[in-house]
Design a protein around this ligand. Structure first.
Ligand SMILES: C[S@@+](CC[C@H](N)C(=O)[O-])C[C@H]1O[C@@H](n2cnc3c(N)ncnc32)[C@H](O)[C@@H]1O
Length: 205
């Protein structure tokens, strides 16, 4: 899904920690690994589990002595802060740049997962906690996926979207809202902040 601008500027951001998983999972293979448990974050093994567990597994795990679910809660709060603090205020952009009115009295499901515990549903809008690696279980007019797909390899994104199929009917809508970054040949023409470039490198690896 995401293009990483791989010019000299970007390579210079590669810390040795990014090289380790590349060597372990991708060297000698025709393509880079697309497995979510073969990443830099997984190799770092912050909880010292000795297992290859993804970032999402890490969020679900509660270390001894901590409040159950605190990592997921903190992550959800961080997402809200990121949306509010971004150069473009994402929620307002989403509100103002889609013809919501053209959908009439449609009913919506927002896949909001961990945030669903805090978001308030109404008679037309449901914030649904749903594991998107399994088939969608509820029918509605419009499904909204906001910044849900960007950090998944393409093969997983295809599976996630296929999981929506059983409940899609003629006229159903799928609204996806993601950040779009410059393509590799655009490096130099856009001055992305180095923090954004680092985040992109980490996500890709
Ligand atoms: C970048 S956050 C975006 C959250 C929210 N949509 C927003 O825009 O603030 C990505 C979300 O994907 C969720 N996620 C990760 N794995 C998932 C899965 N298997 N099923 C459903 N959601 C998942 C995470 O819990 C997280 O909330």
């Amino acid at each position: 899904m995401m293009h990483l601008a791989m010019g000299p500027k970007t390579y210079s951001l590669l810390h040795p920690i990014y090289v380790k998983p590349l060597r372990r999972f991708s060297v000698g293979k025709p393509t880079l690994s697309e497995e979510i448990n073969e990443s830099t974050f997984v190799v770092a093994d912050i909880d010292k589990t000795g297992q290859l567990q993804s970032f999402w597994d890490y969020l679900k795990r509660t270390p001894k002595g901590e409040l159950e679910g605190y990592r997921e809660k903190r992550f959800a709060e961080a997402m809200q802060i990121a949306a509010a603090a971004s150069g473009i205020t994402i929620n307002e952009y989403l509100r103002d740049n889609y013809h919501w009115a053209s959908l009439g009295k449609a009913k919506f499901i927002f896949w909001h997962c961990d945030l669903s515990r805090w978001a308030e549903s109404s008679d037309r809008v449901t914030f649904q906690a749903h594991d998107f690696s399994t088939p969608q279980a509820v029918s509605t007019d419009v499904y909204v996926l906001k910044t849900m797909l960007h950090d998944w390899p393409d093969k997983y994104v295809i599976k996630i979207l296929q999981n929506l199929k059983p409940y899609l009917e003629a006229g159903s809508r799928l609204v996806m809202f993601e950040s779009i970054f410059p393509s590799p040949d655009a490096e130099g023409r856009y001055n992305l902040p180095s923090t954004t470039l680092r985040m992109l490198c980490t996500t890709d690896l």
